[in-house]
Design a protein around this ligand. Sequence first.
Ligand code: SF4
Length: 512
Amino acid sequence: MSETMHEECGIAAVYQLDHTSADPINVSQYIPGLLLDLQNRGQLSAGMTSYDPKHNLLLKTHKDVGTVDRVFRLFSSQKHRNLVRKYEGTVAIGHVRYATSGAEDRNFAQPFERIHGRKWKWFSIGFNGNLANFEELKAALVERGYHISYNTDTEVMMHHINKELSGELRSFKEIFASLAKSFDGAFNIVFLNARGELIAMRDPLGIKPLCYGIKNNLLFVASESVALARLGITDYQDLEPGSLLVATPHDGYRIERYSEVKRTAHCQFEWVYFANLASNLDGRSVFKARRLMGRLLAEMEDIPGGPDARVVPVPETAKVAGDGFGFKLGIPVIEGLVRNRYVGRTFIEGQSRQDVILRKFTPLVELLENKRIFLVDDSLVRSTTLSTIIELIRERGRAKEIHVRIACPSIIAPCFYGIDIPTVKELFVPRFWKPGQPLTHSKETLAEMAEAIGADSLKFLTIDRLSKAIGHSKEQLCTACIDTTYPTLIGEKRYQEQIKHTEVEADSTQEA
Ligand code: SF4
């Protein structure tokens, strides 16, 4: 993707199935590897909590700001071994985080641990998702006398779990079913308490992926299957939406349904961009979905190829869709843009988004000069980045024509479920469409959009084709950001509030 958009988090867990055995395995050693495979879901902080029944401190949490290799000291075998030994345990949970606020603050890193004198009330959680009703949940806590220190939904979630754990002892199914009733949004959680009990929870809509698998008597949980496949686990399973995986020291593990599931709402963007290419989510390979997105996009093509036509995928996430597009049309796919992969997260004082793009991509004039380019990207969010790339290809690459092809429908609305999609007024396509009106990309509108980004033409994949490529019907997917159909009540409410706010702002600007 050429634009800046981020997944909010990734979670993982390891559990020694016979962890009361006389020969315990230190499962903490697996967490850094699992998190490295989930690093695409967050690079700002990483952490782990482990459970060790032999230690006075039953739960221990190590977390910090930084990438997994930094936080777990993977650059020094000795330092890494010491760390893993210090945090040894028979159960462990892990987390990687991306966020727009509190980026440099260790206190925002997860897991969040809450110490308590009673073992079932002493717990740690890692969270992937976003609560659309965060403000309402926070207000309810404040009213009950709680103090919110970090203003994050994980902290609010932690207090709500704590509230559910107070009073008489209830089953995990009852506790998490009650929690889920008060949450609106995407919420996959790994929970570990000081009795060595592990819970992995997937929300009833299954918005974010979560899977598990077993190898050598160890149970592994991860946001994406690539982390399990790397360990040689091929028969991993998706945790069904509305289900809990419960692992306890004396009963092994079981899957329990805690909520009725009327429909699913898997995030389509996981297949489009976020998930690792090697992952399999809810029964569908990310690689195959992206390749088919490219092929189906090619079926919509009405501009002829010819000897001077070339396909250039925007590196790196659009590569597979670009290959599929070129293969279907019989047009050579070239690496016309070389990406400096080390620029990614660097920050140089005062640099603009445009400067970052100029540092990140180099057009190869040897391949682009006098060519008609089909530039394939996986999404179009704000357009600033794509416009700069088009300018680069035209000016420095000396391409003759540039036809932009987006292997995803147009993004017209924000996400309230954990993906960092900007507000309506920052998005590109809503500038050409009035919310509430049917979204028709007429020839004229597409031509206007193409002109605005400096391209010769522009096309988007349709929603029907996207759903076909993913292999799930539209009703099984979350499509809120591409058609404004929010799968939760509060998500819909937030969107309406934002539209209203944007209209009021526009009116007051006109009046001024
Ligand atoms: S709104 Fe878009 S990005 Fe957010 S969960 Fe739904 S499909 Fe995914």
